[in-house]
Design a protein around this ligand. Structure first.
Ligand code: 6PG
Length: 243
C-alpha cells in the first residue's frame, strides 16, 4: 500500500499513528510489541512525535521490545549512530525498560561477531513465530534500505538473519537485518520523503525488477503488510496515483 502525503510532517503523523496501532494490535495479540527501528534522518520527526502526546501514552511501553534494522559501525556516541539518534529522539523520553532495548552494539567486537550475536538476541526475544511485529525502514537516494546497499553480497543472504558488510563509499562497516528477517515481519513501513529520492523511488516501485541495483525492491513481506509512506516530492516521478 502506498500512502502519499503533502509533506514530511503529515507523513510522520501518519507513521506515528501506524506505530501506535501496530503496538496496540501486537500487545493485544501476544502481550509484546517487537519493533525494529530504522536509522538515517527521515525517522527523527516520527520518533519525536511518538515520544510526545498524544502518542506516548497510547503505547504500553512496558511491553515494547526495541531492535534496529541496521547500524553504522561507529560508537553509540557518534552522531552517525542509528541507536544514538533513536535514544536522543525517542528512547530516553519513553518508559521502555532498558533491558528490552537491543542496540546493535558496535563496541569491542568485530562486525561479523556483532552480527552473529545480534541474530542470537533476535531469536531469543522474538516469539515462537520468530517474527517482528513492525519493521520501520527508510530508503536512500540509491534505492538501498537498512544497510542493504546496491551490489552488496548481503542482498543474496537468505540464511543469516543479521549480516555485516564493508561499505567502500562510506569507508565504514555496517550491520544489517537481512531480507528474510524483514520479509517475515507482520508489518513493514518504508518512510520516503524528499525530491532527491524521486528517481530511486520510481525505479523501486515502477521500474523493471533489478534488486541488485535497487535493493528496496527486495522488501516484500511474505504475508505481512507493506506500507510505503511517501511525500509528494518523493512521489513526483510515479506514473500511477496511489492505489
Ligand atoms: C542508515 C539507514 C538507511 C536509511 C537510508 C535513508 O543506517 O543509513 O538505516 O537505510 O534509512 O539511508 O536515510 P535518510 O533517512 O537519512 O535519508
Amino acid at each position: 500500500m502506498i500512502q502519499r502525503f503533502r509533506n514530511p510532517r503529515d507523513l510522520s503523523l501518519a507513521a506515528a499513528g501506524l506505530f501506535v496501532r501496530s503496538a496496540r494490535e501486537a500487545i493485544a495479540e501476544s502481550g509484546r510489541f517487537r519493533v525494529a527501528l530504522t536509522g538515517g534522518t527521515s525517522p527523527s520527526g516520527l520518533y519525536r512525535l511518538i515520544a510526545g502526546e498524544p502518542y506516548r501514552d497510547q503505547v504500553d511501553w512496558r511491553k515494547v521490545y526495541v531492535f534496529w534494522g541496521d547500524e553504522r559501525w561507529v560508537p553509540i556516541t557518534d552522531s552517525r549512530s542509528n541507536a544514538g539518534m533513536a535514544f536522543g529522539t525517542l528512547l530516553k523520553k519513553v518508559p521502555v525498560p532498558p533491558e528490552q532495548v537491543f542496540p546493535m552494539w558496535t563496541a569491542g567486537t568485530r562486525p561479523e561477531e556483532a552480527a552473529a550475536r545480534y541474530q542470537q538476541i533476535l531469536q531469543a526475544n522474538l516469539g515462537d513465530d520468530q517474527r517482528l511485529d513492525l519493521v520501520l525502514l527508510g530508503m536512500g537516494e540509491d534505492g538501498h534500505t537498512a544497510s542493504l546497499f546496491p551490489g552488496s553480497a548481503v542482498l543474496d543472504e537468505r540464511e543469516k538473519w543479521v549480516d555485516s558488510l564493508w561499505l567502500p563509499g562510506q569507508q565504514m562497516h555496517r550491520i544489517t537485518l537481512t531480507v528474510p528477517v524483514i520479509n517475515a515481519a507482520r508489518k513493514v513501513a518504508v518512510i520516503v520523503f524528499g525530491a532527491a529520492k524521486a528517481d530511486a523511488l520510481r525505479q523501486v516501485l515502477e521500474g523493471p525488477p533489478d534488486p541488485h541495483a535497487y535493493p528496496s525492491q527486495l522488501i516484500r513481506p511474505r504475508d505481512g503488510e507493506l506500507h510505503w509512506l511517501i511525500d509528494d516530492a518523493a512521489g513526483a516521478g510515479l506514473a500511477r496515483e496511489s492505489p
